[in-house]
Design a binder for this molecule. Structure first.
Ligand SMILES: Nc1ncnc2c1ncn2[C@@H]1O[C@H](COP(=O)(O)OP(=O)(O)O)[C@@H](O)[C@H]1O
Ligand SMILES: [Mg+2]
Length: 243
């Protein structure tokens, strides 16, 4: 069964112009997909529609055969607690909880037995040792990003949504975050990531290219050169920049 199956998705913010036009895609367990496209092409809107934070105007978004477009907010919250996790720039962490509490919260809400050794290991892996008691406002953007990844590694959700997960990280931290994200596959988690970074995109099973809210191309396991070539072609068509 597909973890997520999207059929003929459209979204309009104003009821007149469509930001997303007729998007269809599907993802199986442990599969991963990157969404790429120029700035303003609708990448973030697509991601927010897929996770239900924006209610898409038309089409179907089936998560394990349930249409998340029509779920009540109670059911959606349940998905957010148990099945989905998010690695976003701004809304990752709860500001009144420290690093350790943030990492544990979702898992403990799901009554998962917390493995202290595992938490330590994850913190070490992500270079967050010593930050357990720090509050999110005391961390850099990159560190906050890593706390969200640590939380996901502990939770093992069905699906992770990431918007530019390495966007605020230096090269070394990006590399370790990518390594960690790869491990999500081994625990059976599927990933949907919005990125302008070809290094992130090539780690995914498929890369989807958006232009003006339309799906232009899906490629399996592209190389960096293939990605750059597609962008050059998109630029020729539109005079647009990668981002
Ligand atoms: N909340 C919103 N209300 C109205 N228009 C929006 C909203 N969010 C995004 N848009 C518009 O939708 C288009 C796609 O934006 P976005 O999905 O953020 O693109 P990307 O992530 O590819 O840069 C842009 O023209 C943007 O201005
Ligand atoms: Mg965006």
């Amino acid at each position: 069964m597909d973890v997520i199956n999207v059929k003929n998705l459209f979204h309009s913010f104003d009821g007149k112009n469509y930001t997303l036009k007729d998007i269809s895609l599907s993802l199986k367990k442990a599969e991963s997909i990157a969404i790429m496209g120029p700035s303003g092409s609708g990448k973030s809107t697509l991601l927010y529609c897929l996770c239900g934070m924006i209610r898409a105007s038309k089409g179907e978004i089936l998560f394990l055969n349930k249409d998340i477009r029509t779920l009540s907010s109670k059911k959606l919250n349940e998905l957010y607690r148990k099945n989905f996790d998010f690695i976003f720039q701004d809304i990752n962490l709860i500001p009144v909880l420290n690093v350790e509490e943030n990492i544990k919260l979702k898992s403990s809400l799901n009554k998962k037995k917390l493995d202290t050794e595992k938490i330590k290991e994850i913190l070490q892996l992500l270079n967050l040792s010593g930050k357990e008691k720090s509050y999110p406002t005391k961390l850099s953007g990159g560190q906050r990003q890593k706390v969200a990844i640590a939380r996901a590694l502990l939770l093992k959700p069905d699906l992770i949504f990431a918007d530019e997960p390495t966007g605020s990280l230096d090269t070394n931290s990006s590399y370790s975050v990518l390594e960690e994200m790869r491990k999500l596959k081994d625990i059976g988690t599927s990933t949907i990531v919005v990125t302008h970074d070809p290094n992130v995109a090539i780690q995914m099973d498929r890369v989807l290219f958006l232009l003006d809210g339309q799906l232009r191309q899906i490629i399996n396991k592209p190389t960096i050169n293939e990605i750059l070539e597609i962008f050059t072609n998109l630029e020729k068509n539109k005079g647009v920049r990668l981002g």
